[in-house]
Write a protein that binds this ligand. Structure first.
Ligand SMILES: [Ca+2]
Length: 226
């Protein structure tokens, strides 16, 4: 029974640890795009707008800042990376640290109003190179956007800029009118604890569990003598 309680307390400690990544701070300011001008249904923002959405700059083309037009993934606002042309948004200075690995996570969907059916988004952070992701809007609608979460890992070389750009052309390949792009919401960049850190933390918690086990053992023994 005492050994069982030791195992249970250690298991509880490991359980707390496994939830620990959720506690890592998101380095992205306004990653859900909830703070900015009131977009109403939606508002088109052109390059180089850096004031309409807190923390974000439209660095090329145009985007749509989406309000009630469709279901957000998180909160009530999101982005269509095609305004009237392909657009790019960026956050300039993330406080990433050289040598530290980060998990980049974002929610992806697509404007279901017109083709192309498959929307393509390009993502860069620091010197990561372009990461591309696609989303198939088949069967999706404003009320059922079908948001998915995409992730990748990046080891920083210092502070970083993160960019999201549309790689989606217009219907029938029209690049001059390309208004139906990839949809973006819920961006986060969080530090990933190193394996050695995890090992030390687990050993530490196991040690605490063992000390608690020994203490209960002694108290039980003392009570037994009295
Ligand atoms: Ca949002």
């Amino acid at each position: 029974m005492k050994l069982l309680s030791f195992i249970l307390s250690t298991a509880a400690a490991v359980g707390i640890l496994l939830n620990a990544p959720n506690a890592q701070a998101n380095l992205v300011l306004n990653g859900s795009f909830e703070t900015g001008v009131n977009p109403g249904g939606f508002t088109t923002l052109n390059s180089t707008d850096s004031v309409s959405i807190l923390g974000w700059t439209v660095t090329s083309g145009s985007i749509d800042y989406i309000g009630s037009h469709w279901q957000a993934s998180q909160g009530s606002r999101s982005i269509d990376l095609n305004g009237i042309t392909q657009g790019t948004i960026a956050q300039q200075t993330l406080a990433t640290v050289a040598g530290q690995q980060y998990l980049i996570s974002f929610d992806l969907a697509g404007n279901p109003d017109q083709g192309p059916t498959v929307k393509t988004i390009g993502v860069t952070i620091g010197g990561s190179g372009l990461q591309t992701f696609t989303f198939d809007t088949t069967g999706k609608s404003h009320n059922d956007m079908g948001w998915i979460t995409e992730t990748f890992l990046y080891t920083a070389t210092g502070t970083s800029t993160i960019t999201f750009q549309s790689l989606t052309v217009g219907p029938a390949g029209n690049v001059n009118f390309a208004a139906y792009g990839p949809a973006l919401d819920n961006v986060s960049v969080t530090a990933v604890p190193e394996a050695s850190t995890w090992a030390m933390m687990i050993l530490g918690f196991a040690g605490i569990g063992f000390i608690a086990y020994r203490r209960r053992n002694r108290i039980a023994g003392a009570v037994g003598v009295a």
